[in-house]
Design a protein around this ligand. Structure first.
Ligand SMILES: *Cc1c(COP(=O)(O)O)cnc(C)c1O
Length: 374
């Protein structure tokens, strides 16, 4: 009989320095947590309309513009509710009549479901592919908005941010890709995300990098007939963002941790540093899986294997869920796959805050456990 996974102890040298490999919420850098504790008395519990908090929002907005080398005219918007709330806001305030969605996993299908259900929009064009792959954009004259994720976190498939070749707005769900994958800002109109993935922060906020065409769309639709709940109104978010605030009270700790991360990324060398670190982790993870006799990358095409959230399939004789349980019992957490995918798989985040050496140690720990649990 196989050993009980929760009773297997890893040798100390096989325990990563930080055991958080979840794809969101993800590892928060201990330096950021300490800085938050230090700033507690002057920052937490103070008004979000006063300089202490507004200067943090201002630093986030300026820092993101710098990190992503945003061209003149691009603006950084933010609001409450995370990326999921942004889908609702975008259905109200960015899609004019009809969207095209690339759907290849849980998150991309959720946004498609939002525009499909919106009574004031035409039925979307939905281009779907099997989990582990992604469909391609198709230019369509009946569509005014194209939507796809930079990284489908549920399956570990990444895409190239690009335009379909006509003039619809391009909305990229970069919730788990922003900050860890390369991107050219002229290739998107809206690049939106939340802080709890590559930005090693806490959830509850959405951030959106918007092109002049996106700002024009927000203002034009906002002046039209469509009723919009104020908390999901992008014109209201735009107006407040320009004042370095949110329409209603934000989670101050989330703002603080995000600002700390953006500054850390810039100090380390910006997107060049972060993407190189994710590339290194991905090379370690997929290199190990390809050489393994019992594991292999889930995503067939190497160019589509995510550099921020890796999915690894296991042969039937090795129970991935038992490995995840044993890892968890040793303080190495959240390596379980996306639940609805239903595969004998582990999913391992490789966000910029995660040390590539810890990814390497994790692969050795998995080798050890696969043997110990046989
Ligand atoms: C996590 C995630 C979301 C949801 O983000 P929330 O902030 O929880 O709403 C959306 N899209 C992708 C690609 C994600 O990884």
């Amino acid at each position: 009989m196989a050993a009980d996974p929760t009773t297997v102890s890893l040798p100390p040298e096989l325990i990563p320095g930080d055991g958080r490999f979840g794809s969101g919420p993800s590892k928060v850098r201990p330096e950021a947590t300490r800085a938050l504790a230090d700033a507690g008395a002057t920052f937490l519990g103070t008004s979000h309309r006063q300089p202490a908090v507004r200067s943090v929002v201002g630093s986030i907005r300026a820092g993101l513009a710098d990190l992503f080398s945003l061209p003149d005219g691009y603006e950084v918007l933010l609001g409450n509710g995370g990326s999921t709330a942004f889908w609702d806001a975008a259905a109200f305030g960015l899609v004019e009549h009809r969207a095209e969605h690339l759907v290849f996993g849980e998150f991309s299908s959720k946004f498609a479901a939002v525009t499909a259900a919106a009574p004031f929009l035409d039925d979307p064009v939905v281009l779907k592919s099997e989990p582990g792959t992604h469909p391609e954009l198709v230019a369509d004259a009946t569509v005014d908005t194209y939507a796809y994720p930079h990284n489908e976190t549920s399956t570990g498939v990444m895409t190239d941010v690009h335009r379909p070749g006509d003039d619809g707005l391009v909305l990229v769900d970069a919730t788990s890709g922003a900050g860890g994958l390369p991107v050219e800002p002229t290739h998107f109109d809206v690049y939106y995300f939340a802080p709890q993935k590559c930005f090693a922060g806490d959830g509850g906020l959405w951030l959106a990098l918007c092109s002049p065409a996106a700002i024009e769309r927000i203002e034009r639709l906002g002046a039209g007939e469509r009723w919009v709940p104020p908390s999901l109104s992008l014109p209201i978010a735009l107006e407040n963002s320009r004042l370095d605030q949110t329409y209603n009270t934000p989670a101050l700790a989330s703002l603080f941790l995000l600002e700390h991360s953006v500054r850390w990324m810039l100090e380390q060398g910006g997107l060049e540093f972060t993407t190189a670190r994710c590339d290194r982790s991905a090379e370690i993870l997929y290199g190990w899986a390809e050489a393994s006799t019992f594991a292999q990358p889930f995503v067939a095409k190497p160019s589509e294997r995510s550099h921020v959230s890796g999915t690894i399939d296991f042969v039937d004789e090795v129970d991935a869920s038992a490995i995840a349980k044993a890892l968890r019992a040793n303080g190495v957490v959240d390596t379980e796959p996306y639940r609805k995918l239903g595969r004998n798989q582990l999913r391992i985040a490789m966000f910029p805050a995660i040390d590539p050496d810890d990814v390497a140690t994790l692969t050795h720990a998995i080798d050890y456990l696969a043997e110990a649990l046989r």
